[in-house]
Design a protein around this ligand. Structure first.
Ligand code: GDP
Length: 362
């Protein structure tokens, strides 16, 4: 079935890459997410950013708006529908986001404080990213703390750095070079993104100020370009469902619900789904698919919108019976034909065994 789906896949249709933010505490991971999320509210509901469940969807329109002044960025070349960014930054969250045994994240932003360089959790994050083979870009954050730095979030960061006064440029160069050495000590070559001629050899770095917005357009443009150029195989939209349960939650009036990340494929109401439960596989039917309503100026209450059908990559809440014993962090399977059911139940059961052995190993 997966082979059929792969054969049917079209390279023209890409899904949104799932992005994760990692790095040491206090480097600005949360700030980076907030800044990206604020990209533009005035785009309205069609092109605006929507906070989903555990993830934020940044549509192409919002990316294009933010990247307007980035040198070499051409809006017509944006082929991905947007980004889906995981809301909880940090390596613990990244480590838990698995799908089909590999990472659920397609691409990561590793935030490094330019004033501090590599710190203990930067190292942990790097190790994890390498282990899971997740490509990443380094955000060299807090450039606004360089002495005498003058901010301008509208400009291309590389051009803007060149227009800073001499001492600021020298401080940037010194700190940059120190960080290059620190990465080299870990066996990793890093270089400023525009100078990177070989992504197999070098990891790109983009100077940013998550606080003021400088360089955020550059980092978004980099992710668009990189993912379209190097990840198009992985991002080719296929009909085969790739979906992971993020959270099992009991809500007043709704009963037990699951929040899932649908990386690929389509989920529909009335689909028969198979999940892993503590007491064995759960077979149930999707009753409703919910997403929080788009953020408006004043949010009256947490409203949900209902969907009959949803395509990856997105995160949604699913309503169905018998979800109480569902285990989070494991896949959701869709049963398309009755003769698949027993196989999927066995798959769901095996997932639990695998998860238990990996916990024991730890
Ligand atoms: P996290 O622990 O990595 O999520 O870091 P936060 O996003 O919570 O940021 C930690 C602190 O650094 C907060 O006080 C932020 O306001 C501040 N901060 C984050 N990004 C920047 C930046 O680009 N420049 C400056 N000057 N401060 C920043």
């Amino acid at each position: 079935r997966r082979a059929d789906a792969l054969a049917a896949k079209s390279d023209d249709v890409l899904r949104s890459p799932v992005l994760c933010v990692l790095g040491h505490v206090d480097t600005g991971k949360t700030k980076m997410l907030d800044t990206i999320r604020r990209t533009n509210v005035q785009l309205g509901e069609a092109g605006g950013i929507t906070q989903q469940l555990g993830a934020t969807r940044v549509p192409a329109e919002a990316i294009i708006q933010r990247c307007g002044r980035v040198k070499g960025f051409t809006p017509e070349k944006v082929k991905i529908p947007g980004f889906l960014i995981i809301d909880t930054p940090g390596h613990e969250s990244f480590a838990n986001l698995r799908s089909r045994g590999s990472s659920l994240c397609d691409f990561a932003i590793l935030v490094v404080d330019i004033m501090h360089g590599i710190e203990p959790q930067t190292l942990e994050s790097i190790k994890l990213l390498i282990k899971r083979k997740t490509p990443f870009v380094v955000a060299l954050n807090k450039v606004d703390r360089l002495y005498g730095y003058e901010s301008n979030p509208q400009k291309d960061i590389y051009q803007h750095l060149k227009s800073q006064n001499m001492n600021t440029q020298l401080e940037f160069k010194e700190r940059y070079e120190k960080i290059v050495v620190e990465f080299a000590e870990q066996g990793i070559n890093v270089i400023l993104a525009p100078d990177n001629k070989d992504v197999n050899e070098y990891i790109s770095m983009v100077p940013t100020s998550a606080q003021l917005g400088d360089g955020v357009g550059n980092i978004m443009a980099y992710i668009v370009e990189h993912s379209q150029k190097y990840l198009s195989d992985r991002l080719g939209y296929i009909e085969d469902v790739d979906c992971t349960v993020m959270e099992v939650r009991s809500l007043p009036g709704l009963g037990t619900t699951i929040d899932v990340i649908l990386v690929n494929g389509t989920l529909k109401t009335s689909d028969i789904i198979v999940l892993t439960g503590t007491d064995g596989p759960i077979v149930t039917q999707i009753r409703d698919i919910l997403m929080p309503a788009p953020l408006r100026e004043i949010r009256v209450k947490a409203d949900y919108e209902h969907y009959k059908e949803i395509k990856g990559s997105q995160s949604v809440k699913i309503l169905a019976k018998n979800l109480d014993k569902c285990v989070a962090g494991l896949p959701l399977f869709v049963c398309n034909r009755t003769d698949e059911l027993e196989i999927l139940k066995k798959d769901a059961h095996d997932q639990l065994q695998k998860a238990l052995t990996s916990i024991k190993k730890k």
